[in-house]
Design a protein around this ligand. Sequence first.
Ligand code: ZN
Length: 157
Amino acid sequence: MSNLPILILPDPALRIPSMEVPISEWSSSRLRKLIEDLKETMAIENGVGIAAPQVGVRERVIIVDSGQGPQAFINPHIIQKSFRKIESEEGCLSVPGVFGMVRRHRSVVIEAFDEEGRSVTIRAKQFPAIVFQHEIDHLDGILFVDRVTRYTKHPKI
Ligand code: ZN
């Protein structure tokens, strides 16, 4: 395992939408290594989530720790979102030193494949729901600063 350098805003690579991982790649040693390296990088950086494009790999892979340790999700899709939204403070490994309030769906249902290639459906509420939405945004080139309603910590405020 090795930790990978994280791309920092305004790196234009963070803005490019990522591609779906083809089924033939799911059990490849390359993807397994990417997942291990992402987990290691997230642990070293004390993150609760990380997305492959943050390390310059434009593929739809995210790692989320929703309390049971870091888990990988391949090709995640939000298939259901609550009408109700909640606002909470977010930060991002790619936007160091900046925090702000973001409104997101309070609960979401996500379909994805796990690192063994099994189809999984996740019902996430509150904090894990926010982490999933933040990480899936990265796969579409969206950063939390695009959605921020008010900065709580910013070098210029
Ligand atoms: Zn982020």
